[in-house]
Design a protein around this ligand. Structure first.
Ligand SMILES: C[S@@+](CC[C@H](N)C(=O)[O-])C[C@H]1O[C@@H](n2cnc3c(N)ncnc32)[C@H](O)[C@@H]1O
Length: 226
């Protein structure tokens, strides 16, 4: 356990090495299939040309680069992350792209950027936090969505780890933290619904282990799910 991390048992606050090599590592661990998968998932997101997108825990900007392909001149992406290694890669990637900006911002504490977005995108971030913190993040999502705006959540699907193969369980336990094990047990569709977000569509990848949940903000009065 590292004492300098806010959630010592979490792996979501990547170390410098992992952050620097994050994209390459995903390609390697997925046997080269990640690029095709993530392009599919971003296509499934249903981005519209003029969308203003908030990417929470944006990482290197790999997802933002794909999302940009769907935007017209009026579209915008704001990527939020905390790691300098991610900022460097993100800003290098979008050096000449005025529609994309990086903002250093913790997403696990209540915050308000003073702007509303059409779409909040979050991929492989929510699972890495304790449940109480995930609910704070959902409040941040709602605070930044326009009425009728959408949350697109790409993360682990709901499954029973004990029913998976030995090799799957080994890899999951090796590379993921205790919070991820807790994340897969929650009913995220119900949690989003309780949070004023109506789930409209879900897509599954990698034999149903990963899921894209598409939800629309329908009730801005709901502050905190139970
Ligand atoms: C597993 S990576 C996913 C990156 C990116 N979303 C993707 O799918 O490629 C998790 C990201 O969340 C960022 N992160 C971790 N804790 C955070 C926090 N409290 N606030 C904002 N970003 C955070 C990390 O720096 C990292 O870039």
């Amino acid at each position: 356990m590292k004492a300098d991390k806010l959630y010592p048992e979490s792996k979501i606050e990547l170390n410098r090495f992992l952050a620097r090599h994050y994209d390459r590592l995903l390609n390697f661990l997925s046997f080269g299939t990640y690029s095709k998968f993530i392009a599919r998932a971003i296509a499934d997101t249903g981005i519209e040309k003029e969308n203003h997108i908030l990417d929470l825990g944006c990482g290197t900007g790999r997802n933002a680069a794909l999302m940009l392909g769907y935007l017209g001149p009026e579209g915008r992406i704001a990527g939020l992350d905390i790691l300098p290694e991610m900022r460097k890669q993100f800003e290098q990637r979008f050096e000449k792209e005025p529609r994309v900006t990086f903002i250093r911002q913790r997403i696990d504490v209540p915050f308000d950027r003073g702007e509303k977005f059409d779409l909040v995108f979050m991929s492989f971030v929510l699972h890495g936090f304790p449940q109480a913190v995930r609910l704070i993040i959902l409040e941040n999502v709602n605070r930044h969505l326009k009425p009728g705006g959408r949350l697109v959540l790409l993360d682990y699907a709901r499954f029973n780890l004990n029913q998976k193969s030995f090799i799957f369980r080994w890899v999951f336990k090796k590379f993921e933290c205790v919070y991820a094990r807790d994340f897969i047990e929650h009913d995220w569709k119900e949690i989003l619904e309780n949070h004023g977000l109506r789930v409209e569509e879900e897509k599954y990848y990698y034999k149903g282990n990963l899921r894209l949940l598409k939800a629309r903000l329908v009730d801005i009065s709901v502050s905190r799910p139970g």
